[in-house]
Each structure stands twice: as structure tokens, then as C-alpha cells.
Design a protein around this ligand. Structure first.
Ligand code: PRX
Length: 633
């Protein structure tokens, strides 16, 4: 493992932080020295947020998989790299060593080459949480192909949109996947998507189940047959530090999803440094992040971060409720998990279950707990702390984003202090600022504002695939010369940060980042719908849920069947995660004189804060409000 990058005391955190701000380039230079480079960089940083342009470790050459795998072959080749726990607890789990993973990745890299994939080609991966997903992504990185992983809960339309946006040449999937008691026909979903994806030349299908799979003879090949055609010797492609490593789509508050582009060198340095420091993982620890690799958390903190650091990382195929709500704790006991990193929505779900699900398992191996994806409420924090942490192990609440690539604000486990519901302190090298409504930096310690970052960090996304103008507009146009996060935050007297939530039209539902505009577009596609507006409202388990206000062509069509149909349209267009919890049919929507829907008012109604709707004098049609209020759900 990499050992020498860790901060060991609170005092050292503050001195390191200070150094990282005074001379960021020297600071990151020293960290980057700890990796395997084929050629050292000649310049550490070039940046200009007005273009915007950010480049790190310029001229440096490397391959991230040599850092994840090759560098450990001699020192710890027989150490387990990945522990895989299947959906069904009766199926065997797998332990894959660094040596074995290296061979598997090299072999599959040769399969990709054999199927005409070259450096910079885009490969879409739509797979469940099985080792082959990790192998496929690392094999892409090995040959310099750009992977675009699509969470295996998205619909065929959502896959097609993402494949077409970045013209993927290949799709890698499985015939079926398991999820709790369900078996889901992934290949069929892909076939539907591919009716509309002219750029796809090949589909590689891994057989996860024994079901018969219909293959297109001109396009589809089986994983198990392809790996027989190649050997496991592969020399990693030499990549420039700024060559693209992957694209990962995240919701936008308007329009289609944004393909965030992450590059190689800076991403590797940023995620590995934060992984080591936030979690403080040691050589024999067993680290488990319960996220899906289809999200950024899985990219950075299941695969690339832990493997670059030389740790043992756990991949779990199933869900927390199968075969019962004790599954997480059964896995902790079985694999002697030391580090457990999950989302508040999972914690709130488990909090509702009987404590006997925990008590029947020995979870005393746990040393560090983590939270990610949305603000963790006090009650969930306390439950996690008392029942899982037994009142005496650290919880790191890590704030970051798909766009930031790596953890930005968090405590360091056992090193810096924690404060429930606060993500606390910025990572070394991260320079957060709070902005007021006038767009100025708030200098006072104790304050609330919109969260921005004023200096580049190595793992930040460099652009939106094919749309640099949108990248500039979304992130660099709200505040002069700063990256805008889209989040609001509080800062206390110790300069600890607390994230209060999104301040734009993105709603975090069960930790999933959902733009309301694309969902509205889906709802509006229904032939009976004129227009809709969707807002978030607080939900006990999911954190937030979605409330849709929908205008129909004919009000007599309003029915509970229509609500089901509307949700079906959303499921097909985006995926079941974007379904609406509440649908209210309305006669009109509150609009400004320029025709913009006043979501602020709808948000208040959805949150049941109807006594104080604020200033409605600028509305074009204030009369619609009474009816909406009266019939609110
Ligand atoms: O609103 C913040 C919330 O999740 C958003 C980023 O979502 P996504 O790109 O999907 O990445 C999630 C995993 C990193 C942020 O803008 N968020 C993430 N972590 C936290 C959080 N809100 C509060 N506390 C957190 N720890």
C-alpha cells in the first residue's frame, strides 16, 4: 500500500492545509511523486477559470492501471484486491488478488483490442456489480479507451441517449442481472436501446445467468468466448496526464445529462490522496463502499482510489434488504469489514428496521464509517453512530460531486474532529468559499451562502463531453472566476462546513442526483399532458422525493390510472429512480411575466409551507395559487 501520504494528527492537517494553500503546485507535486509515471510532468498546473481551462501535471505520461495493478505485483501480488459478494448469500463470494486482477484486466484489454477498440474510442458499460464490471473498466483504461459506465437501473432510452451523446463504439453488458429477488434482462434492455444507436459496432455479453440469450450474429459476442482468443500479456498504453480516462453522465438542471469528462493524472492523484487520508485505511483493512460503480462514488472509491492505494476493496452485487435487512451486517461479519461507506438514504432505511438485524451479527471489526451523497440528518447520524459505530468509531461525512471527482470536504477518520450533520473541513488543496446573493465572497467565519471553489484541484472534471460552452455556463458563469457547486452551505465559527442542499433545479432523491427538467420533458410527452412542473419535497427515507404539478388538456382525464401512466413514461424515459411520489393535477402553474414557472412557490406548496409563499406580486396569474394550495397533497 501507499503509506507515506497520510496525515497523522489534527495539527498536521492544519499545517498541511496551510502549505497546500500557500503553494498548491509544490504541494501537489510532492504528492504526485508517489505514483508510477512513465515520464515526469514538466509543469504542475495551468489554469484559467474564465475560459475555463485546467491542466495538471502537464507533459506527464502514465497509465492508471499500472498504478492500480502493476506496481503491486511484486510487493503484494497475493494480497486480495477485490472481494466480491454476490446477490445471493448462498452463492460463493470471490477473492481476487492483485496478481489475478492484473491478468484478468490484461486479458480483457486484449479482447477489446481484438474487437477493434483503440485509444480514445468510447466504450459504454452497462453491467451489474460483478467483478467483470471492474475488469471491463480497467481494461478500457489499460488501452486508453474512454469508458462511459451507465448505471444498470437506467432505461433503454437513457442508455441510448448516453451512447449517442459520446458516440460509443462498443457496449459491454450481461445477459441478465440479479437484484434481490428479481432477475432483470439487461441484454433485452440494451437491444431496445441499440435500435437507435448507429455508432455501436460491437456488443460484448457476459453470461451472469444461464438464461438463453438472443444474440445478433453481426454485432454481439460472448465474453467467455472472446477471452479464449487472446492471452493475458498486455503492455499498458502510455497516456498523457490530460488524456481522458472516462465520461460519467450526471443530471443537469436543464436539458440532457452532462457527460462529465475526467482525465488521467490529476484524477488518480486526487482520489488516491483523499482515499488514504479520509478513510485512513491500513494494509490489512477490508474496505467496503456500498455504492454502485455506475455512480462517481463507485468509480473513485470502489475501484480507482482503493486499488491505486493498494487496499482491499469489496464489491457487493445485491441490495441491503435481501434476503433480509441484516444483509449489510452479515457481510460485515463475513468479510470482517473494517471500513464501511454508505449513503444516508440506506442508513434511514435500515434505521426503520428492528435492531435485531444488527444484533445477530458480529460487526466488531468496524473501525471507520462513512456517509456520502446527500446531507445526513442528525437522527440518522446518531443512529449510525450508536448502533453501527457502537458510539466509539469515527464517521466521515464526505461532501463531493461527480464533477469534483474526489472528496472535497470531510473529516479525516480519527484525525480531525467530526460534528454531526457537518462535513467539516476542506481537503488539503481545496479552497471553498461562500458567496452571497450579490456574488461576493463572504469573509466572516459564521455564515451561510452558496458554495463555490476558488482554485483548481487535480481531480476536477475538465469539460462536458462535446459541450465546453455548457461546462462554462453551468459551473463558471455564476460567480466570477470560481467553480460553482450548485449547493448551499453553512460555515460555523471553527470554519466547519455544513451542506444545506441544492440551490438549483436538481433534487437528490435517495442519493441520486436528478434534474427536474428532463423529468418534466418526459411527463410532457404524455399525450394527455399540456405542461408540468416538478419540485422536491422532504421525505423521511429518501431525503427528498418528487412532487409533480401537471396540467392536462382535459381536466376530466384526471385519475389515479393516469398518475400510474405518467410514472410509466418516466420509468421508460429515464428509469424508475425518477418516478414521482406525488402528482397533483392543476389548472394552471404560477408563472412570471416572462413565462417562467415560479418553482419557488411550488416548492413551498410541496413542502407544506403554504402560510408564507413570499412575494407573489410579480406573478402573471396569481389566481392559480389558491386552487393549487387547496388541492395540495
Ligand atoms: O448536493 C450535494 C450532494 O450530492 C451532490 C452531488 O451529487 P453526485 O454528483 O451524484 O455525487 C454524489 C456522490 C459524491 C452534491 O452537489 N452531496 C454529496 N455528498 C454530500 C452531499 N450533500 C451533503 N453532504 C454530503 N456528504
Amino acid at each position: 500500500m501507499i503509506h507515506n501520504l497520510k496525515i497523522n494528527s489534527e495539527e498536521e492537517y492544519y499545517s498541511t492545509y496551510k502549505r497546500s494553500i500557500e503553494n498548491p503546485e509544490l504541494f501537489w507535486d510532492e504528492i504526485a511523486e508517489n505514483f508510477l509515471w512513465q515520464k515526469k510532468w514538466t509543469k504542475t498546473l495551468e489554469w484559467d477559470f474564465t475560459i475555463p481551462k485546467v491542466k495538471w501535471f502537464i507533459g506527464g505520461k502514465l497509465n492508471i492501471t499500472e498504478n492500480c495493478l502493476d506496481r503491486y505485483l511484486n510487493s503484494q501480488g497475493d494480497k486480495t484486491a477485490i472481494i466480491w459478494e454476490p446477490n445471493n448469500p448462498n452463492e460463493f463470494s470471490k477473492h481476487i488478488t492483485y496478481k489475478e486482477l492484473h491478468k484478468l484486466v490484461c486479458r480483457f484489454a486484449n479482447v477489446l483490442k481484438n474487437n477493434n477498440i483503440k485509444k480514445r474510442d468510447r466504450v459504454c458499460i452497462y453491467m451489474p456489480m460483478i467483478p467483470e464490471l471492474a475488469i471491463a473498466m480497467l481494461a478500457c483504461a489499460r488501452i486508453g479507451a474512454i469508458h462511459s459506465i451507465v448505471f444498470a437501473g437506467f432505461s433503454s432510452k437513457a442508455i441510448a441517449n448516453r451512447i449517442n451523446d459520446s458516440s460509443c463504439k462498443m457496449l459491454i453488458t450481461t445477459n441478465e442481472m440479479y437484484r434481490g429477488t428479481k432477475t432483470i434482462p439487461l441484454k433485452e434492455i440494451c437491444d431496445e436501446a441499440l435500435k437507435d444507436c448507429p455508432s455501436i459496432e460491437k456488443v460484448i455479453v457476459f453470461k451472469r445467468t444461464n438464461a438463453i440469450t438472443i444474440m445478433d450474429q453481426n454485432r454481439d459476442v460472448f465474453w467467455h468466448k472472446e477471452i479464449e482468443k487472446v492471452n493475458d500479456i498486455n503492455t499498458a498504453e502510455i497516456m498523457d496526464a490530460e488524456d481522458e480516462l472516462f465520461i460519467l453522465y450526471t443530471s443537469g438542471s436543464t436539458g440532457k445529462p452532462k457527460g462529465m469528462v475526467h482525465t488521467t493524472g490529476g484524477y488518480m492523484v486526487g482520489i488516491t490522496y483523499t482515499f488514504l487520508n479520509v478513510f485512513q485505511v491500513l494494509q490489512d483493512d477490508i474496505y467496503w463502499c456500498t455504492a454502485d460503480i455506475g455512480w462517481i462514488t463507485g468509480h473513485s472509491y470502489i475501484i480507482y482510489g482503493p486499488l491505486c492505494a493498494g487496499a482491499t476493496t469489496v464489491m457487493f452485487e445485491g441490495v441491503p434488504s435481501y434476503p433480509d435487512y441484516g444483509r449489510f451486517w452479515q457481510i460485515v461479519e463475513k468479510h470482517k469489514i473494517t471500513h464501511f461507506y454508505t449513503a444516508p438514504t440506506a442508513i434511514r432505511t435500515l434505521e426503520k428496521q428492528s435492531l435485531s438485524f444488527i444484533e445477530t451479527h458480529d460487526i466488531s471489526s468496524l473501525k471507520v464509517l462513512g456517509s456520502v451523497g446527500e446531507p445526513i440528518n442528525e437522527e440518522a447520524w446518531q443512529w449510525y453512530h450508536n448502533n453501527i459505530g457502537k458510539g466509539n468509531i469515527p464517521i466521515v461525512d464526505t461532501w463531493w460531486q461527480t464533477e469534483t471527482g474526489a472528496i472535497m470536504i470531510s473529516s479525516l477518520a480519527g484525525i480531525t474532529k467530526e460534528k454531526p450533520t457537518y462535513t467539516t473541513l476542506p481537503m488539503p488543496g481545496v479552497q471553498p468559499v461562500l458567496m452571497n446573493d450579490e456574488g461576493n465572497v463572504i469573509e466572516e467565519k459564521n455564515a451561510e451562502g452558496r458554495l463555490a471553489i476558488k482554485f483548481p484541484w487535480p481531480s476536477m472534471a475538465r469539460t462536458i463531453w462535446g459541450n465546453h460552452i455548457r461546462y462554462k455556463e453551468v459551473y463558471f458563469s455564476t460567480f466570477n472566476n470560481k467553480y460553482f457547486t450548485g449547493d448551499g452551505a453553512l460555515r460555523d465559527e471553527n470554519e466547519y462546513y455544513r451542506i444545506t442542499g441544492r440551490v438549483d433545479d436538481i433534487v437528490i432523491v435517495s442519493g441520486h442526483n436528478l434534474g427536474t427538467a428532463p423529468i418534466e420533458n418526459a411527463v410532457n410527452e404524455h399525450p394527455k399532458v399540456v405542461e408540468s412542473a416538478i419540485v422536491g419535497f422532504p421525505h423521511e427515507i429518501k431525503g427528498n422525493a418528487l412532487y409533480g404539478f401537471v396540467i392536462l388538456y382535459q381536466s376530466e382525464d384526471a385519475s389515479s390510472e393516469l398518475k400510474v401512466e405518467i410514472n410509466k413514461v418516466i420509468s421508460t424515459d429515464i428509469g424508475p429512480i425518477a418516478k414521482l411520489d406525488k402528482i397533483q393535477f392543476v389548472e394552471g402553474l404560477p408563472k412570471t411575466r416572462s413565462g417562467k414557472i415560479m418553482r419557488r412557490i411550488l416548492r413551498k406548496i410541496a413542502c407544506n409551507e403554504i402560510s408564507n409563499l413570499g412575494d407573489i406580486s410579480t406573478l402573471l396569474n396569481p389566481e392559480v395559487i389558491e386552487a393549487i394550495k387547496e388541492n395540495s397533497l
